[in-house]
Design a protein around this ligand. Structure first.
Ligand code: HEM
Ligand SMILES: *[C@@H]1O[C@H](CO)[C@@H](O)[C@H](O)[C@H]1NC(C)=O
Length: 488
């Protein structure tokens, strides 16, 4: 009995000492560090009470102005959070050689669909980024404009019918159905009918990628912190049934087009052109990436734009005037150039991206020891670097009255006063979001179509002030986005 007891006490003591030493990693290296406790480190309450970017924001506020970067702990993994925008600029740009890796998790062996431009690092990333970049050029976007324009009309028509039953609608759900249709058509060559049918298969499998349970979110963070161990354990990035569904859907279209020599202006055809250089599963993985990176982000942007417009009726009316006037002047037709030329729309979208960045925390992994300029602090190779976009965007030094929705921050006169690297909704540097144009095109298209046909206002079910879902990896509103929608 007493021997067992001694043993248990010894094990607990050793664990305690190991954890204590672990949580002094940064202190011992001269860094200021955020408080850490067992088992989530500095991410106390993650997944249940707070999101990752809210946990990081607490650290940011505590240490802002005290150090260019601080040490934090994700589980037992010592990570760095840079605070100074100058340092962030260097990490993302000038000193890219030390921070080429994103350090996202992927598992080529057990889950080949998880290896894509977003997750891959090193030479493999370089090759893919180089070969796939032309898929996102503005001339390619222009070719897909017509497709999205038609889907936008479908959205407006279907929503118009639905509001005769009830004027209160979950606009997050509508925005998702719109972006799912866009991506189903352009990246998978199928009409998935998500706008008409909210329970379509394509939506169902897609939702599984983002509606994580707390356990799945923690598993994800674990895999990011311990990728080698996670790969040994066979931990996947995508649920198997989801990866299989997207693979098979893509391959069916791929083979059909190959056999019937069909060429269309979309992502599938552009991927087909690369078939000599990449395997099928590699191409399918990039099609799925368009879904993974482009569906949730763009629909989130649309969702929060509508939220901000509903709470700010004057801004909504001004935006509507800009868009309707220009469309009327062009005989009722919307063009690619017009969509990207709407000045006020651009300001509203940027202000939404500031307040509600769909990807609120970004990451890099240090791949070469890095001395922080002007200090003798060294970030060791292998360290995960967490850039908390959310904190920068809500810092009153950079954006006075940060909780107020003020599109004028992005007017031509004011935009030059925005400090570099404090506004990073699409990241920056060589790993800047590759799909920015497509993301902006579909979000702006959706907003332009909706705002000319409907007015939006808050209702009883609208969440005010906004709260985010703690277990969601991206910015996600709690309880959907219920708004009152009325035909104009
Ligand atoms: C409003 C919509 C979107 C937002 C806010 C957004 C945001 C971001 C952010 C913050 C990053 C990280 C950038 C960095 O590390 O510096 C990123 C990366 C990426 N995004 Fe987007 N994104 C959006 C839409 C899209 C779309 C539609 C696609 C594809 C069709 C896409 C494809 C990618 C890819 C491939 C990367 C990884 C780039 C690399 O590592 O080389 N994104 N995005
Ligand atoms: C909005 O932000 C994008 C980059 O995120 C930038 O290219 C564009 O110029 C901005 N527009 C305005 C009006 O600030």
């Amino acid at each position: 009995m007493s021997l067992t007891l001694y043993f248990v006490v010894a094990v607990i003591t050793l664990c305690y000492l190991w954890i204590k030493r672990r949580y002094s990693f940064w202190k011992n290296r001269g860094f200021l560090q955020a408080e850490a406790s067992f088992p989530f480190g500095s991410f106390k309450g993650i997944g249940t009470k707070v999101t990752s970017y809210e946990a990081l924001d607490v650290c940011y506020k505590e240490f802002k102005g005290k150090a260019p970067a601080i040490g934090i702990y994700s589980f037992f993994s010592p990570n760095i959070m840079p605070i100074d925008p100058e340092l962030i600029k260097n990490i993302l740009g000038k000193d890219f050689a030390s921070f080429q890796s994103r350090g996202m998790y992927y598992n080529k062996k057990d889950d080949p669909m998880s290896a894509n431009i977003l997750t891959l690092d090193g030479q493999e990333w370089k090759d893919r980024r180089q070969k796939f970049t032309s898929m996102f050029s503005s001339s390619k976007m222009k070719m897909m404009f017509e497709i999205l324009d038609k889907i936008g009309d479908k959205l407006v028509n279907t929503l118009g019918r639905k509001i005769t039953e009830s004027s209160e609608q979950d606009m997050r759900n509508w925005a998702q159905r719109f972006t799912a249709d866009n991506i189903g058509t352009t990246a998978f060559g199928i009409d998935c009918c998500c706008i008409e049918d909210p329970n379509s298969e394509f939506m169902k499998y897609g939702r599984r990628l983002f509606d994580l349970t707390t356990f799945e979110l923690i598993k994800f963070f674990f895999a990011v912190d311990y990728p080698n161990l996670a790969r040994k354990l066979g931990i996947r990035f995508n649920p198997k049934e989801v990866a299989d569904f997207f693979y098979e859907t893509f391959i069916q279209t791929f083979e059909y087009r190959e056999k019937n020599k069909i060429q269309r202006n979309d992502f599938v055809s552009m991927l087909l052109e690369l078939k000599e250089q990449f395997t099928r599963v590699e191409l399918a993985a990039e099609a799925m990436l368009v879904y993974a990176a482009g569906y949730e982000t763009s629909s989130t942007l649309m969702t929060f734009t509508l939220y901000a417009l509903a709470l700010n009726p004057e801004i909504q009316q001004r935006l509507r005037n800009e868009i309707t006037t220009e469309i009327e002047e062009n005989d009722g037709k919307l063009t690619y150039e017009m969509l990207f030329g709407f000045k006020y729309l651009d300001m509203v979208i940027n202000e939404t991206l500031r307040m509600f960045p769909p990807i609120a925390d970004n990451m890099r992994t240090c791949n070469k020891d890095y001395t922080i300029p002007g200090t003798n602090l060294i970030i060791p190779s292998g360290t995960t670097v967490e850039i908390n976009t959310y904190s920068l965007h809500h810092d009153p030094e950079y954006f006075p009255e940060p909780e107020k929705f003020i599109p004028e921050r992005f007017s031509e006169e004011n935009i030059k006063n925005i400090k570099p690297s404090t506004f990073l909704p699409f990241g920056s540097g060589p790993r800047l979001c590759l799909g920015m144009r497509f993301g902006l095109m579909q979000s702006k298209m959706g907003i332009a179509k909706l705002i000319t046909e409907f007015s939006f206002s808050a209702c009883d079910k609208t969440t005010i002030p906004m709260k985010f879902v703690p277990s969601a990896p991206f910015l996600t509103p709690q309880n959907g986005m219920w708004l009152k929608v009325e035909k104009i």
